[in-house]
Design a protein around this ligand. Structure first.
Ligand code: FAD
Ligand code: SF4
Length: 322
């Protein structure tokens, strides 16, 4: 690992100043960043610990919903009684992240800002387009875990389980940096490779995720994740679904796929299928709409039926009164 200077930030303002130093990076639990540093994929000169900021891990109810601080542990989100009651899909998504050890170390901010898992990106031996090199070796190579929707010129899949669920729940992200604070819908934070090849989101210099605010407007939510090993694994395909059901109809629905596209992939056509059909009649058209437009690569065609299965399971879970 390349030597670096380590800083314990004591406030969000101080973190912003430290992160404005040349080649500085934020540290949450370090689950992702330290792996990249060991592989020399990222070589910061300054590492700024955010977990030393008092109160940044707070989870509290406000008049707008739930506000979750950036350094809240994923395990605490998964086990929080209030979140389980008001936002069950978010607790399910957090519980599906990795292993108990990783959930006890990883933070929400780090989970949302984690970098992709493409083998070529993670290996120091390859210098692909995402890392400033030329081309995408995955196109002719190992692409079984990569995108079937929205890919090109890079075909990564968005790795976080929390992000698709937060998009489905209509969460807002609160960012703070040396130029002040701003907030935006979390779905606008993420950018596809055709817009931003080098990174999956844009933070201004010195800016960090400070908190996420999640409204409780949609009273039903669930997260269905399909993976190779149920003990721990990234999603091969996942469906985050949040909505409101009256009688035998969805009156509101937000459906977002994970593990199949470079960003959390919201599917408006599936949402309108859910609203215009009865619950029983909605499953098949919504599942088909979710997979529409999929362009599998040479090894990942299996993801298309997985998308349909994840969506169908999510609809049935909510329709069953979960
Ligand atoms: C074996 C394994 C299995 C995994 N499985 C899953 C899985 O199934 N689902 C899933 O979602 N994830 C999975 N992960 C990823 C893991 O959940 C994330 O790596 C973890 O959540 C990162 O959190 P962290 O706090 O340790 O982040 P860090 O490693 O500290 O940071 C990650 C990135 O985010 C940036 N960052 C951290 N905090 C902030 C902030 N507040 N504002 C701005 N930028 C910030 C850092 O600079 C860095 O680039 C897995 C990881 C491993 C190693
Ligand atoms: S998918 Fe993206 S990260 Fe992976 S090899 Fe291609 S360009 Fe690199």
């Amino acid at each position: 690992m390349q030597p670096f200077t380590y800083w314990d930030a004591t406030s969000v303002e101080e973190a912003g100043k430290l992160l404005s130093l040349k080649n500085a990076m934020a540290l949450g639990g370090g689950v992702d960043l330290l792996g990249e540093m060991k592989e020399r994929i990222r070589t910061p000169d300054h590492v700024v610990n955010l977990r030393s900021i008092k109160g940044l891990d707070e989870i509290r109810k406000t008049d707008k919903g739930w506000r979750i601080g950036a350094t809240a542990l994923i395990a605490d989100i998964a086990e929080h009684a209030g979140l389980k009651k008001d936002l069950p899909g978010l607790a399910e998504a957090a519980l599906s992240v990795a292993t108990p050890q990783i959930r006890n170390q990883g933070t929400l901010g780090g989970n949302l800002a984690q970098r992709p898992r493409c083998w070529y990106y993670r290996s120091a031996d390859f210098d692909c387009a995402k890392k400033g090199g030329k081309g995408c070796p995955a196109e002719e190579g190992e692409n079984r875990y990569l995108a079937v929707l929205g890919g090109g010129p890079c075909h990564i899949v968005h790795p976080s389980d929390c992000a698709p669920m937060l998009v489905a729940l209509g969460a807002r992200l609160f960012l703070r940096g040396p130029d002040g604070a701003r907030d935006l819908p979390i779905e606008d934070f993420y950018e596809s490779p055709s817009k931003n090849l080098a990174c999956e989101y844009t933070l201004k210099p010195g800016e960090i995720i400070e908190a996420v605010e999640v409204p409780i407007a949609l009273d039903r939510s669930t997260y269905v994740k399909l993976r190779e090993r149920d003990s721990f694994d990234f999603a091969l395909a996942a469906c985050a679904l949040a909505g409101r059901i009256e009688g035998d109809h969805f009156t509101e629905a937000r459906l977002v796929l994970g593990g199949v596209a470079p960003v959390p992939w919201r599917v408006a056509a599936a949402e309108s299928n859910l609203i215009k059909n009865t619950l029983a009649d909605a499953v098949e058209p919504a599942a088909n709409a979710a997979a529409e437009g999929a362009k599998p690569m040479s090894q990942n065609g299996y993801k298309v039926p997985l998308i349909r299965a994840a969506v169908a399971r999510a609809i049935r879970a909510l329709a069953g009164g979960k």
